[in-house]
Ligand binder design. Structure first.
Ligand code: P6P
Length: 308
């Protein structure tokens, strides 16, 4: 049995990055418990930074993560998908020793939880203070937690992609190491399917997958959908723009697309906006959105080739 902390140490993680990831994992344990007991699955009566209704669980998850990021004193700036403004460590500006910034989506797909579907928390970590002016290539680590029949945590720090499962005594135990995607796929996840009425290329791509008998796997939660791809060792997840509802695409560069792009590229896959690799996009503002085509490398190449 190899635990997350041991694996991070053996991977050569700097001590403060290892401690930070352990604090994030601890927040995940509390969120998993809150979902299991499901005391309040209703609306919180507030909106997030993107104007979306917040659930009580969204607010609780955000607070649990914020508290852990602040008490560890390793994070100078934390940006939440649920908040308009970043939060800063208390010692900022006073010989602050915090070396990292964290962008996180505390409970991505939370609208699925009342239907008892899997959801997730997503984290992107860079060195230094803040994200603007950087790209996804500046990430030093990325991780996501899936709250499903089991609670799993999958991370990369640039030395492969590795999965851990929360065991009965509350430890994350290594369950899948050095995950590698096959170059081609049998599953596809066509997000923003409404866009096939607006864009002939996307329509042709979806029809090709159906003609070639691919199997559709799309849950409405990016974390479980990307997780499906990693566990099955193949797949492609798409969420293009091409629709009036999402002219820039729906998914956020900072909180969803960069961390998953890092994790999938480290598993031998690819991630593209249709114009360039996702992790080459410059971060200009925290809540910016991007189209994304991510997964088995040959599938991404074919899709991107079909968009031009
Ligand atoms: P749609 C969840 O709201 C999310 O941000 C991602 O987790 C998911 O992949 C996508 O949006 C689902 O969007 O338009 O299918 O509901």
């Amino acid at each position: 049995m190899k635990l997350l902390d041991t694996h991070l140490y053996e991977q050569g993680a700097p001590d403060d990055l290892r401690h930070l990831i352990n604090y994030i994992a601890r927040a995940g344990k509390y969120i998993s418990h809150a979902i299991q007991i499901g005391d309040d699955l209703g609306l919180a009566g507030s909106n997030n930074a993107s104007g979306e209704d917040q659930l009580a669980l969204d607010v609780l998850s955000d607070k649990l993560i914020e508290d852990n990021l602040m008490i560890c004193r390793l994070v100078s700036t934390a940006i939440s998908e649920e908040k308009d403004e970043p939060i800063h460590c208390k010692c900022k500006g006073k010989d602050c020793t915090a070396k990292y910034s964290v962008a996180y989506d505390p409970l991505d797909g939370s609208s699925l939880v009342d239907a008892n579907l899997s959801i997730g928390s997503i984290f992107s970590i860079v060195a230094g203070d803040g994200f603007v002016g950087k790209t996804g290539r500046d990430q030093v680590a990325a991780l996501y937690i899936v709250y499903g029949p089991r609670t799993t945590l999958t991370y990369t720090m640039g030395k492969g992609t590795h999965e851990f499962t929360l065991n009965d005594v509350g430890e994350f135990e290594l369950t899948d190491e050095a995950i590698k995607l096959k170059p081609s796929a049998k599953h596809f996840a066509p997000g923003n399917l409404r866009a096939i009425t607006q864009n002939e290329n996307y329509k042709a791509i979806v029809h090709r997958y159906m003609d070639e008998q691919y199997t559709l796997r799309y849950s409405g939660g990016m974390a479980p959908d990307i997780n499906h791809m990693l566990v099955k060792r193949e797949g492609i997840f798409m969420y293009p723009a091409y629709s009036p509802k999402y002219p820039e695409g729906k998914l956020r560069l900072l909180f969803e697309c960069n961390p998953f792009s890092f994790i999938v590229e480290q598993a031998g896959g690819a991630s593209h906006t249709g114009q360039m690799p996702v992790m080459d996009v410059e971060i200009t503002e925290p809540h910016q959105r991007t189209p994304i085509f991510v997964g088995s490398v040959e599938e991404v190449e074919k899709v991107v080739g079909g968009l031009k």
